[in-house]
Design a protein around this ligand. Structure first.
Ligand SMILES: NC(=O)c1ccc[n+]([C@@H]2O[C@H](COP(=O)([O-])OP(=O)(O)OC[C@H]3O[C@@H](n4cnc5c(N)ncnc54)[C@H](OP(=O)(O)O)[C@@H]3O)[C@@H](O)[C@H]2O)c1
Length: 267
């Protein structure tokens, strides 16, 4: 008899949107595998979800920016006979500053974390999903994927635009095989993101209607999946911003993005 267990793997589950996915999906009966660097956070979350929902939760502390991390994560799952049924590529951060101001190694780590690792995890999980005829991939991109690039956080918009386009192609390639792919494009979300970038004080000046809670973002993603949407932009304000960014002339969009980003970024 097969002992293979279908699991939902969530990267960046120690905080914010990833932790909110863990909460919602544990309640819905998923067997979770949580991944992030802070093992103590994952352990506490796993304990809480087991207690609250009787959920099956495993976790592994891993730095996904390290070379070879995605391969090691898949090997870790294989050793336990875990087959990835849902893959939520969520781990990410913003790196303040301009490209020329910081060490290339930091940017390279950023690319490994937010481009290479998610792409490799999908590539390695897909064959089994396709063989089973079902599977779900959620790539957490950003509303930034639709907005012009700005000064500072140089790689961020480009990385998120990549995740968006990558998801669109994946969705087309795998729909007939029963694998759903969704690019989740949140706008400003209450999480630890802006503490990590050191911009909390500046961002706190933005009005409340621009912000969403992480659990609202997760609900929108799951609703989008249920309606077979490849792209989910949670929240009315964010959907309006996306539409406007596409309607107004490119030069005006660039000018507006440049002006606004200077007000809310530390360069
Ligand atoms: N918050 C927003 O306004 C916003 C808007 C649009 C998109 N997003 C995207 O949403 C995703 C989640 O962000 P969030 O807002 O929930 O931020 P958050 O609260 O800071 O959570 C980020 C998660 O990523 C993990 N992570 C960071 N570096 C990692 C690494 N090297 N290896 C493994 N895990 C790592 C963190 O865990 P450890 O520190 O424990 O490793 C944490 O669990 C990101 O991809 C972000 O770009 C956020």
């Amino acid at each position: 008899m097969s002992t293979v267990r279908l699991v939902t793997l969530i990267t960046g589950a120690s905080a914010g949107i990833g932790a909110a996915f863990a909460d919602t999906l544990a309640e819905r009966g998923h067997h979770l595998v949580l991944v992030a660097r802070r093992g103590e956070r994952l352990e506490a979350l796993a304990e809480r979800l087991r207690g609250l929902y009787g959920a099956r939760v495993d976790w592994v502390a891993l730095d996904l920016a390290e070379p070879g991390a995605a391969e090691r994560l898949i090997a870790w799952c294989d050793e336990r006979e875990f087959s990835i049924d849902w893959l939520i590529n969520n781990a990410g951060l913003g790196m303040p500053g301009r490209l020329h101001d910081s060490d290339w190694r930091e940017h390279a780590a950023c690319l490994r974390l937010m481009v290479e690792a998610p792409t490799e995890l999908v590539a390695r999980a897909l064959p089994m999903m396709r063989r089973r005829g079902c599977g779900t991939v959620i790539n957490v991109a950003s509303l930034a994927a639709y907005l012009p690039g700005t000064e500072g956080h140089t790689l961020y918009a480009g990385i998120k635009a990549y995740l968006l386009r990558f998801s669109e192609s994946l969705a087309l390639e795998n729909r007939a095989a029963g694998v759903r792919v969704c690019a989740l494009c949140p706008g400003l979300t209450l999480s630890e993101f802006h503490d990590v970038t050191g911009t909390r004080e500046l961002m706190a000046k933005l009005p409340g209607f621009m912000w969403q809670r992480a659990d609202q973002v997760v609900e929108a993603a799951l609703d989008g999946l249920a309606h077979d949407r490849t792209i989910v932009v949670p929240g009315r304000f964010n959907r309006l911003t996306k539409r406007l960014a596409r309607l107004i002339p490119e030069r005006l969009a660039l000018w507006l993005a440049a002006r606004e980003s200077k007000r809310y970024r530390q360069l």
